[in-house]
Design a protein around this ligand. Structure first.
Ligand code: HEM
Length: 436
């Protein structure tokens, strides 16, 4: 995953870094630290007020980049792939990046869909789009419902659960494994290894290698015995993808689906359990789940910030002088709250889907991945509310803790309580004998 060649070896231009060419980086805002955890929206507003829609920032380890927080500017950067491209070997700051840099997994070059450009990217993204579009949405929905029911069965009798660990974090990968036609026996290990590899801990690389080995086995198996699943469709696609590229892209799709979808589910359940508007409609009907899902994409989107795009040549953006090879961090959550598009940041989102939460342009979350994510998220929240109608937070809302990430907004835990219920085939425990 982090097989990054030095740019000089790769033949890309190495110029001076942003800090050296732009004195405004002397006032750069650190894009890390505890302030991002609890109330990032306030911080994004402050950065915009003090530095405008394109701000000089420092990433972990003091590495300079630009934070694009204006809606118009994010749109401009993501729309113009000739000027702001995706191949991380274009970066002009590689010589500052230590081998153990925590953000390396996001920028370490490989030949997956993520970092390819132009015609090659269209070939790869087109094949993934076609393979996902062939997933029957009704089957997907009923499969999600079955998984959600099974997970709820496991804790329904106890009257309490952590809806992150026990529910939201488990569902997307179980669904993806089904879309991949993966043998049931391989699924638990894959679920565990993807989680470890996304957590950037010391065993992340070993877990990533195990994920890659599982995907290689899966693709080889599908070559021998194709089925109605995503890997078989990629192997059979007229784009004629190499098996190694399919393996890489399946890993990207798996990781891209897991964390954002799990956090979309968690953030939506949190909103519905803490906001009176949803509590009121909860007893009435289920229409509000779609509204809550959309509102979360505006207010509390899982992908807060995204690394990123690289300037192809010297240019201007938001009044800043950008040099070839500068790294542009997409401030997706900040763009969603840009007062130019949302004068009242706290009004409901209604039916407006023009947020930046799925990115945009050639490298945006590829069609139909957002729709697939929505089917999963909607089914997951609806089954929960159906099965546990009196579910409520087990702790005060203010004590919920967000995971310490600048990139992904999700809860560390979502403790809830509810009246214990039992699946039809389960037997309720005998009440304790009276003490007299
Ligand atoms: C089934 C679920 C999902 C799948 C299969 C999926 C797949 C992908 C893939 C393959 C990419 C890389 C696209 C490229 O580089 O060309 C991507 C990018 C992205 N996805 Fe998704 N995704 C899913 C869910 C989500 C969700 C729920 C969110 C956020 C709410 C999200 C936000 C993004 C963003 C922000 C990008 C980068 C966009 C950009 O660079 O402009 N994805 N996704």
């Amino acid at each position: 995953m982090t097989d990054a060649p030095h740019p000089a070896d790769a033949g890309w231009p190495t110029t001076t870094t942003a800090a050296e060419v732009d004195p405004t980086h002397a006032e750069a805002v650190p894009l890390y630290g505890p302030r991002f955890q609890q109330d990032p929206a306030a911080l994004y507003g402050e950065i915009r007020r003090l530095h405008g829609p394109v701000a000089p920032i420092l990433l972990d380890g003091g590495i300079p980049a630009w934070f694009v927080s204006g809606y118009r500017e994010v749109h401009q950067v993501t729309s113009d792939s000739q000027l702001f491209a995706r191949d991380t070997r274009r970066w002009n700051a590689w010589d500052r990046v230590p081998a153990d840099w925590p953000l390396l997994p996001f920028v370490g070059y490989n030949t997956s869909i993520m970092f390819t450009e132009g015609a090659e990217h269209q070939r790869r993204a087109g094949a993934i789009g076609d393979a996902l579009a062939a997933v029957d949405q009704f089957e997907l929905r009923s499969h999600c419902e079955r998984i959600a029911d099974r997970l709820i069965d496991a804790f329904a009798g106890s009257g309490k659960a952590d809806l992150m660990a026990d529910y939201a974090l488990k569902i997307p990968l179980l669904v993806v494994a089904k879309m991949y036609g993966m043998p049931e026996a391989d699924t638990p290990d894959l679920v565990r290894d993807i989680a470890i590899s996304l957590d950037n801990g010391s065993d992340a690389m070993a877990a990533h290698l195990r994920v890659a080995a599982t995907m290689r086995r899966l693709v080889a198996g599908k070559r021998a015995r194709p089925g109605p699943d995503v890997p078989s469709r990629l192997l059979d696609h007229p784009a004629g993808l190499a098996e190694d590229d399919i393996v890489l892209d399946l890993i990207v799709v798996t990781a891209a689906a897991q964390q954002p979808t799990a956090n979309w589910i968690g953030n939506t359940i949190r909103l519905m359990l803490t906001d009176a508007r949803f509590a009121l409609t909860l007893s009435g009907g289920r229409g509000s789940v779609g509204q809550a899902l959309n509102e979360v994409l505006w207010q509390d989107t899982p992908t807060q910030n995204f690394l990123g795009r690289f300037a192809v040549r010297d240019t201007q953006l938001g009044g800043r002088r950008i040099r070839a090879g500068d790294l542009m961090v997409l401030g997706l959550a900040a763009a969603n709250a840009d007062p130019h598009v949302r004068p009242d940041a706290y009004s409901g989102a209604g039916g407006n889907h023009a947020h930046m939460s799925f990115g945009h342009g050639e490298h945006g979350c590829p069609y139909p991945a957002p729709e697939v994510a929505e089917v999963i998220a909607k089914a997951t929240v609806e089954v929960l509310l159906d099965r546990l109608p009196d579910v409520s937070l087990a702790v005060p809302a203010e004590s919920l803790v967000w995971r310490p990430s600048v990139w992904m907004r999700g809860l560390a835990a979502l403790p809830v309580e509810f009246t214990p219920t039992y699946a039809p085939n389960q037997v309720a425990p005998m009440p304790a004998p009276a003490p007299w």
